[in-house]
Write a protein that binds this ligand. Structure first.
Ligand SMILES: [Zn+2]
Length: 367
């Protein structure tokens, strides 16, 4: 048999057991180290993978958050209201075209006007609804029978409103007549006293029951008609039933343009849960410019508007710009419930102060 030469390096010499044990030990150690290395690398990959996933998720969360928090200050869109309502008209139709926050320095030198807590109940921006009762008792109203324009009629000589509102109502209905030549517009109701509201309310309960009555008729003391800033339109037509005005056809012009005269449709469709009333296209409320334009252009209610204004104090007032370059600054001042309230106002600009009937005062400055 031919002798096969085995190279020494591969040759396990069974005659030298010590050397064999050393070789096995080395191989075993190398195996253990390899396993350990593999395990370490695997664990590292596992951990880094999890961290990567966590980081991605964290970044995604923080990017969501930044979308919510990094809204640019001075945006031309109004702040989102609590119920998310925001139905802006296109800007070119808007009278208040842009709204932004400005530095209070833009108002120049400031001084103070002092008001008592009782004063929050007066002014064209008072909120009267199911939560806030009216404190006015007709002391500010007059019959409009002699002073109204000829473009419309009134149901009787007792129809009354705050005289500061009448000029706006006259020019709105004069312009409507000039546009369409309709002669049947009638103001059916303006100011309503507490006593009148009591009898209306009781009649409504008799007619539809107490549960439904409040959808249409306010509890005595809680009717906007008691403010003198409100009027209901009707049509003076044969066989009319007293609720013939629907704001449709030619009459839609009034509902669409009233905000240019300081007037809003107070109970619009879709806002029943906020106003507490079913849609009433005939019920108009004077709040003044630019408030009427902001409310109408953004499809919000007086309730929602006051929520927005309450976020703007004299330190971060709101600037409103009209399409013809008019500029107003609006801010609120919380009333002191026990003492006088000192309201900061500009020394060198025209301004007005109205109570809001809930928290304090709203200052409107014409720049
Ligand atoms: Zn009404």
């Amino acid at each position: 048999m031919k002798h096969i030469h085995i190279p020494k390096i591969l040759k396990i010499d069974f005659d030298k057991p010590v050397l064999f044990k050393q070789q096995v030990a080395i191989m075993f150690t190398v195996l253990i180290i390899s396993c350990l290395l593999f395990t370490v690398v695997y664990i590292q990959q596992l951990i880094s993978g999890n961290i990567a996933a966590a980081t991605e998720s964290e970044m995604s969360r923080s990017s969501d958050a930044s979308e919510k928090n990094d809204k640019p200050v001075g945006t031309s869109k109004p702040p989102q209201t609590s119920n998310g309502a925001q139905q802006s008209k296109p800007e070119d139709e808007s009278s208040v075209t842009s709204v932004q926050e400005i530095d209070t320095n833009a108002l120049g030198n400031m001084t103070n006007v002092t008001k008592s807590y009782e004063d929050i109940h007066y002014g064209e921006l008072i909120l009267v609804n199911k939560d806030y009762s009216c404190h006015l008792e007709g002391e500010n109203v007059e019959s409009i029978f002699e002073t109204k324009s000829d473009s419309y009629v009134v149901t009787d000589k007792y129809v009354s409103m705050d005289p500061s509102v009448l000029d706006y109502v006259n020019s709105m209905l004069d312009d409507f007549y000039a546009n369409y030549g309709e002669t049947d517009i009638m103001i059916a109701c303006g100011y309503r006293s507490y006593e009148t509201q009591v009898s209306l309310y009781n009649n409504e309960i008799d007619s539809v029951g107490s549960e439904d009555a409040e959808k249409w008729v306010a509890r005595p003391g809680y009717s906007e008609h008691q403010t003198g800033y409100v009027f209901d339109l009707d049509l003076n037509i044969e066989g009319g039933n007293g609720i013939d005005y629907s704001g449709e056809g030619n009459y839609a012009w009034i509902n669409e343009n009233c905000s240019d005269y300081g007037i809003i449709v107070r109970y619009p469709a879709g806002k029943e849960s906020i106003t507490g009333y079913s849609e009433e296209p005939w019920h108009f409320r004077y709040v003044g410019i630019p408030h009427s334009q902001y409310i109408t252009n953004n499809g919000i209610t007086l309730e929602e508007y006051l929520d927005i204004i309450h976020m703007h104090t004299s330190d971060n007032p709101m600037l409103m710009e009209g399409r013809n370059g008019e500029r107003w600054v609006v801010y609120s001042v919380q009333a002191d419930e026990v003492g006088d309230t000192h309201i900061p106002v500009p020394e060198n600009h025209e301004y007005s102060i109205s109570g809001d009937n809930c928290e304090g005062f709203i200052v409107t400055v014409k720049l």
